[in-house]
Ligand binder design. Structure first.
Ligand code: 26V
Length: 861
């Protein structure tokens, strides 16, 4: 049916060239005969977009007619990468376009290279959202994404001659973006600041007036499913001032003042250090308010009573960033739709679902109460109305009613409203906290949505948890940690069934077929299945297992890995002018720079290897496996220690790559400006990738899945999704090391209270640290703050894990020496990666969380 549908798109080579030339002339106003690759990319993209539009329109029309329950994925980040290749693959038009552009004198690879990455996010969380969009469309699920149309993507990373990270803006919209459709007619007003006055009638309703209003304008990005006509939508909001730009402030140099009339948009989370927390709060509200208005408008078109909202709408909160949607929906239902508080709360708590992506305390979002009160006065009231009973209970329990802190409540009406609700006591769950756990005052304080302190702060994870139907973590271990640490009290109170797990996944379309076409072709040949079959049911990869015993197949498999190494080397040669030894083991660690991810452990391991090589005779060195180590990743601009780690990596690389004694055996590269597109070249070339976070700190990780899917082996700690990968591929095919999660707390305690000097505890590490201190890599003194994080405190336990890390690296060497066995491991790893398809993950959300169903789109309607 779908193939027939494609024909209805009229996409033979001849019509492709026709549409291409047509776009060159009429959309780009250029001539086909002197067109450059960038122009060719734009023309090809516009012509592909025409096809997407046909399916997009059909999809939206059929959703409208059939009115299935829909899910909405609210994410502040979408790391989409490039679109053209993916669109061609999903539409089934890759070969046709390749031939079409060749007829016109272009090479499709060169055209694809022209596209800039859409880098609207920081790391794993944003890329996960992009994989889920691909999977939802591929699985024919009625799901829309909602995000922000940032003017600037994540910063461009440059490395200075000294090895420092420099940040340059990424004005990704500078060139026309053919993948978005402005919808100037889809616009909503969003209010900030002003006054919120309770009506004082005991209803809890209020009037929110004054302040500043901005307009949210929709831009739509089409999300084609693979091998299906379903084309879902990603709606991104752009802001526009309602009443002109404040030119006076701008000219007077009051940049922030002028900005405050706009909601200027940065994808880079850390830009807010510069541009202020208030801007980030405004962005979060702007986006959630616009998205909810849009969702409500669509629901209202169904002419159903409001109480049925959760039967037609599920809203997924990707981390706590969109949590303001909870008080916002309460506000709309109570103040605008006239619903009673309890009816509104019932709707809200049946609509939202919350995914937690980290248990690191410093990463849990909190908003200062005075700031929320200032920017969103009505929402602060509502948050207090949610907290109210807990707060009152605490006070009653503590017999401190007389000391009621009125500053917590915006008016007397608020107090009486909460009190009235409290009088209907027995019904209210929070009172049940006291019933269930009598006298447990600490528990009440821990569970409060408001953290005491100067200033008081709203705990967004608590708000997301109480306002959602279900909560989940992103890998088994992480979900356990959510249940036993940050949300433990809520589990004991609400029952365990609300707290689940959905292990993350990755789309095999981008992360195997697109980035590793040769491997994909070999798999298709071996499985004797249509590519579209196994790419949509990744468990079919298990059929590769017997091929591990087939020598000819192993040779083909290894040949592809080798060519992928050469492709990477070629890329590095042309972009950085460096020559890479492709006859070596490729060892890769690519991810955001963070102490918990322990890039420092890796670089100290590299130094250890270098020092060991230096101590060997030339004859001994010849017996050692050649190794090329790659790092890539961005550090938050204000994260001093992370930036120092980059500097150390760059300078160690400079020294050891120039050392004639060792450079044939060990080289090291820091590849600047890590991106989705760079990952697509690096991942297929890796033999070993490192995922070495301190146990219990990496919620899941998703690049671990990408490497393994491409036949790279995993060197890692017993953390996040590494554990489930090992469960699937077997522990003999992964290289695990390090202490386990339950030991971490004790070890940290020992560091603090039973400190053992590092020379005694881990002499090998002490030696490495001393060499750095002594200036072996130049820059002496500069690295002391970084080295001291290990010498003192060592919160991430490098000194505890170093010896077992070095032992694991030695095991990698040993295993790699047995080439045939290594290739077997590689094949078996790919074969067992079926579980980690994001299709599996999105179906788990659809079935066990959102209760939505596949809604196939018929191409001919
Ligand atoms: C944010 C921050 C912000 C400030 C200070 C330190 C810090 C540390 C971690 C984070 C991460 C926030 C949430 C996040 O991006 N989590 C990532 O989500 C991925 C998708 O579920 C998952 O694979 C990664 O393990 C997880 O770190």
């Amino acid at each position: 049916v779908w193939k027939a549908g494609m024909r209805s798109l009229d996409k033979d080579v001849e019509s492709i060239t026709k549409s291409f030339v047509n776009h060159v002339q009429t959309s780009l106003a250029r001539q086909a005969h002197n067109l450059d690759d960038l122009g060719a990319y734009q023309a090809a993209a516009l012509s592909v977009r025409d096809n997407l539009l046909v399916n997009w329109n059909k999809t939206q029309l059929q959703y409208m007619r059939k009115s299935p329950k829909r899910a909405y994925y609210l994410s502040l980040e979408f790391l989409m990468g490039r679109t053209l290749d993916n669109a061609l693959l999903n539409l089934g038009l890759k070969d046709e376009y390749k031939d079409g552009v060749r007829l016109l004198g272009f090479n499709i690879e060169d055209i694809l290279e022209q596209e800039r990455d859409a880098a609207l996010g920081n790391g794993g969380l944003g890329r996960l959202a992009a994989c889920y969009l691909d999977s939802s469309a591929s699985q024919e699920l009625p799901l829309w994404g909602y995000g922000l149309r940032y003017k600037y993507g994540i910063f461009k990373q440059l490395i200075s001659p000294e090895g420092n990270q420099l940040e340059a803006p990424d004005p990704w919209l500078e060139h026309q973006n053919p993948w978005e459709l402005p919808r100037l007619d889809v616009a909503y007003e969003v209010r900030f600041y002003g006054r919120a006055e309770r009506l004082g009638d005991g209803s809890g309703r209020a009037l929110w007036t004054g302040g500043q209003e901005v307009l949210a304008i929709a831009y739509d990005v089409m999300i084609p499913g693979y091998n299906t006509a379903t084309t879902n939508n990603l709606r991104l909001w752009e802001s526009k001032p309602k009443r002109g730009f404040d030119l006076n402030s701008f000219n007077a140099g009051n940049y922030e003042g002028a900005l405050s009339r706009f909601v200027v948009l940065f994808a880079d989370f850390f830009a807010y250090r510069t541009f202020g927390k208030e801007l980030r709060l405004k962005q979060q509200y702007f986006w959630t308010a616009a998205s909810l208005s849009d969702i409500l408008r669509r629901f209202k078109n169904l002419n159903k009573p409001m109480s049925e909202f959760p039967e037609f709408v599920a809203i997924q909160l990707n981390d706590t960033h969109p949590t303001l949607a909870i008080p916002e929906l309460m506000r709309i239902l109570i103040d605008e739709e006239d619903l009673h508080w309890d009816a509104a709360w019932k709707i809200v708590t049946n609509t939202f679902f919350y995914t937690n992506h980290t248990v690191l305390p410093e990463a849990l979002e909190k908003w200062s109460v005075p700031l929320v009160e200032h920017v969103l006065p009505r929402h602060m009231q509502i948050i207090y109305d949610i907290v109210g009973p807990i707060y009152f209970c605490t006070l009653i329990i503590l017999h401190l009613t007389c000391q009621l802190d009125r500053t917590c409540f915006s008016s007397k009406a608020s107090v009486s409203f909460i009190y009235a609700r409290l009088c209907a006591l027995t019904m209210i769950k929070t009172v049940a906290v006291e019933k269930k756990f009598p006298g447990d005052r600490e528990r009440l304080a821990r569970m409060s949505l408001i953290e005491e302190g100067q200033p008081k702060q709203v705990r967004m994870a608590h708000l997301a948890c109480v306002g959602s139907r279900k909560v989940n973590g992103v890998a088994e271990l992480h979900s356990d940690l959510v249940r036993t640490t940050i949300l433990k009290d809520f589990v004991e109170f609400e029952g365990i069934s609300k707290f689940g797990n959905v292990t993350n996944g990755i789309t095999p379309r981008r992360w195997l077929d697109q980035c590793n076409p040769e491997l994909s072709a070999l798999i298709t040949k071996a499985l004797k299945l249509e590519k579209s079959v196994w790419l949509k049911d990744l468990t079919k990869l298990e059929g590769l297992l017997p091929f591990a015993e087939n020598k000819a197949f192993r040779k083909e498999w290894a040949g592809i890995k080798q060519r992928n190494k050469e492709r990477l080397a070629h890329y590095i040669e042309t972009t950085l002018g460096l020559t890479i030894n492709t006859k070596a083991l490729f060892d890769v660690q690519i991810k955001r720079l963070h102490e918990y991810k322990r890039q420092t452990l890796n670089i100290l391991g590299v130094i250890h290897r270098y020092l060991t090589l230096k101590n060997m005779t030339p004859a001994q060195r010849k017996k050692v496996n050649n190794r090329v180590v790659f790092f890539a990743g961005k550090a938050a601009p204000g994260y001093y220690i992370a930036k120092l780690t980059i500097r150390l990596i760059v300078n160690v690389a400079r020294t050891i790559n120039a050392d004639p004694d060792t450079r044939d055996y060990l080289t090291l590269y820091f590849l600047p400006d890590y991106s989705v597109s760079l990952a697509e070249v690096l991942i297929p070339a890796s033999d070993i990738s490192q995922h070495i976070s301190t146990a219990g700190t990496e919620a899941s990780g998703t690049s671990n899945m990408k490497f393994c899917l491409n036949g790279g082996l995993l060197l890692g700690t017993v953390d996040g999704a590494n554990i489930e990968i090992a469960e699937e591929v077997g522990e003999s095919n992964v290289f695990f090391f390090g202490h386990l999660t339950p030991a971490v707390e004790d070890l940290r305690y020992q560091h603090l209270y039973h400190h053992i000097p590092i020379e005694k505890k881990c002499p090998a590490l002490a030696h490495v640290l001393n060499q750095v201190s002594l200036g072996l890599f130049g820059d002496n003194e500069v690295y002391e703050p970084l080295l001291n994080t290990i010498r003192q405190g060592d919160y991430y336990l490098l000194s505890d894990d170093f010896d077992s890390y070095i032992a694991a690296l030695a095991m990698v060497d040993e295993a790699y020496s047995d080439t045939e066995e290594w290739i077997k491991k590689s094949i078996r790893t790919t074969a067992k990666m079926g579980k980690f398809s994001s299709d599996r993950a999105i179906n788990e959300y659809a079935e066990s969380y959102w209760n939505i169903e596949a809604t196939p789109i018929t191409p001919h309607s």
